[in-house]
Design a protein around this ligand. Sequence first.
Ligand SMILES: *Cc1c(COP(=O)(O)O)cnc(C)c1O
Length: 404
Amino acid sequence: MSEILSHSQLTAIAEEFGTPVYIYHAEKIAEQYQKLKDAFANQDVVIFYASKALTNVNILRYIKSIGANVDCSSINEVKLALHAGFAPEKVLYTSNGIAFEEIEEAKNLGVHINIDSLSNLEKFGKKFGHTYPVGIRLRPNILAGGNLKISTGHDKSKFGIPVDQFQKVLECVEENNLFIRGLHIHTGSEIKDADVFVKGIEKLFEIIPYFKELEFVDLGGGFKVPYKEGDTETDITLLAEKVKEAFANHPNPGNKPLQIWFEPGKFLVSEAGYFVTQVNVLKEAGTTIFAGINSGFNHLIRPMFYDSYHRIENLSNQNGPEKTYTVVGNICETDTFASDRKISEIREGDYLVFYNAGAYGFEMSSNFNSRFKPAEVMVKDGKAVLIRRRDVFEDLLKNQIEVE
Ligand SMILES: *Cc1c(COP(=O)(O)O)cnc(C)c1O
């Protein structure tokens, strides 16, 4: 049985904590993590939760409690992970276009580091030589992922060192006597096809033999999750079989047995999240009925930014007749959440829930239009607990310096 929160649970939370509110179901995160653990049970696989999807420190602590490690996209995420109690060796900083000072800082904090440019690799080598192990983030030149905005491994992408510059990487490693412990690739997000990961591994196998101190290969994240009825998630069991087969086909006698790392973000937290809003106004315009909610892309930017689909249901009139609505926000920009969507009849004041709101939801929210950021609630062991209060007016002025 899949872990889900019922309409009545969601309604009760909306009533208690107000709306708009992000609600996270801890046990669903554990269920997703367990799927990965089960599928890779007989392989040496380590899971690093890509924390940029959702960094509330309570979520980080929960993720630590179920045994996962954590992958970070900034030095502040590294510090949040350490603050949440992760030991430095459980923390990975996969960098992208950062200043060398941040890499140094990460080194001083004792975490794993994947370096993504020749220039930083060289600086690191000059300063630290063989004394501190690092991973190299490579760009495999593979086009994959849900759409171009979330595709990171293709041959025009800024992410990683292009594999075709591999010779230069090698020279840099040799000249500076770098300790290369891992190779990393992350091709993008919402990758349904297990073969994409296999393609990535195949590219890595060509270069693995050049690194004698290698201990892991990091295949990144990007597993797809279902968004609508009939959608499928990445077949993790099939992926595990294919990964196993690929490694079996490439014995690598020079090296120690390689550990395999993954960095799922969305896969762990997307479905665990619900975003509950309330309908302010209904507006009929020609054949369209706009349902205007007390939110906007300042709270959930994915539909406008990536054209992403979020299932929407009316919590307050579950059995009402279905009608067609265009769900929009209340900010002074076009912020359409869904066009011509069938939803059970909406009245002003009804609660609407957005599914798949755990990943890149709150995390990408802003104070645009000087609106408050939503509250966050975590449901664990059947209990709902506030884990971030809604902004208050003072938050809008908090960092402003009033000079006159
Ligand atoms: C964003 C990111 C991930 C996670 O991607 P998901 O699609 O959320 O699984 C993993 N690794 C790196 C390096 C990333 O930047």
